[in-house]
Write a protein of this length. Structure first.
Ligand code: NAI
Length: 245
């Protein structure tokens, strides 16, 4: 039995890396998708690819920090599919810079995308879910929400914030059938890694390899589906052993 049969899912950052692999897996499990991303060209071609495989998906170009656009995404989801079941807050950016050189605008940009937007999008979803009787939110945080690392102060602070935001929303809505959980990936081979030295990341990981977007998609499916029906306010760390050290 398909795990997300007829479930309507919004995935931000849904056309690349972890988001795209999740979109594909969720669609295979019967979900109807609203994919949101800043990358319009990739978004359009990816949705065509999904439709070519017989999946139901639409793409909406949006910057997750654009408040007016969020509203439009939720309205279009309702007008297209008639409901919303799952929000996957996955869009994110990384920043690698010594903290003494990080200016306030750079700090703000990372925190706005990686943390503020997670709250704002969740608030929209929660309003829908309170009317419809329930729903699920999955937030992509990071193992760097659990441990620190040099040179990514804003990113690590934002991801730590996502983990505690997840706890707080999970508790706040636990009795109202809204589950909120976070996925905390380790080093995953996606475009966000840029030209970061792969040998360094591999050696730092106890399993001595990077994770794949498909491995993250399986974890996201667990959190999005009824397989995790007794889990809320919590995190799933999938990092090849990094944070066990
Ligand atoms: P990715 O770069 O392949 O995907 C991120 C997507 O988010 C891109 O499609 C990008 O266009 C989109 N995006 C970025 N800023 C946006 C904005 N303001 N509005 C709309 N879309 C925006 O990278 P990946 O790895 O798939 O990233 C997904 C999530 O996983 C991010 O939240 C990232 O922080 C998190 N993560 C990734 C890890 C990794 O090693 N790849 C490790 C831990 C967490």
């Amino acid at each position: 039995m398909a795990k997300l049969k007829d479930k309507v899912v919004i995935i931000t950052g849904g056309v690349s890396g972890i988001g795209a692999a999740s979109a594909e897996l969720f669609a295979e499990e019967g979900a109807k998708l609203v994919l949101v991303d800043m990358n319009e060209e990739l978004g359009n071609s990816f949705v065509e690819e999904l439709k070519g495989k017989g999946h139901e998906a639409i793409f909406m170009a949006a910057d997750v920090t654009d408040h007016d656009r969020v509203k439009e995404v939720f309205e279009t989801t309702r007008s297209t599919y008639g409901k919303l079941d799952i929000l996957f807050n996955n869009a994110g950016i990384g920043e690698v810079k010594p903290s003494e050189e990080l200016d306030y605008a750079e700090w703000r940009k990372t925190v706005e995308i990686d943390l503020d937007a997670v709250f704002y999008w969740s608030q929209f979803a929660i309003k829908e879910f309170l009317k419809s009787g329930g729903g699920v939110i999955v937030n992509t945080a990071s193992m760097y929400g659990w441990v620190g690392s040099p040179g990514s102060a804003a990113y690590n602070a934002a991801k730590g914030g996502v983990i505690n935001l997840t706890r707080s929303l999970g508790l706040e809505y636990a009795e109202r059938h809204i589950r909120v959980n976070a996925l905390c990936p380790g080093f995953i081979e996606t475009p966000i890694l840029g030209d970061t030295n792969r040998e360094f990341l591999t050696n730092a990981t106890p399993m001595k390899r990077l994770g794949t977007p498909e491995e993250m998609a399986k974890a996201a499916l667990f959190l999005a589906s009824d397989d995790s029906s007794f889990m809320t306010g919590n995190s799933l760390i999938v990092d090849g052993g990094y944070t066990a050290q």
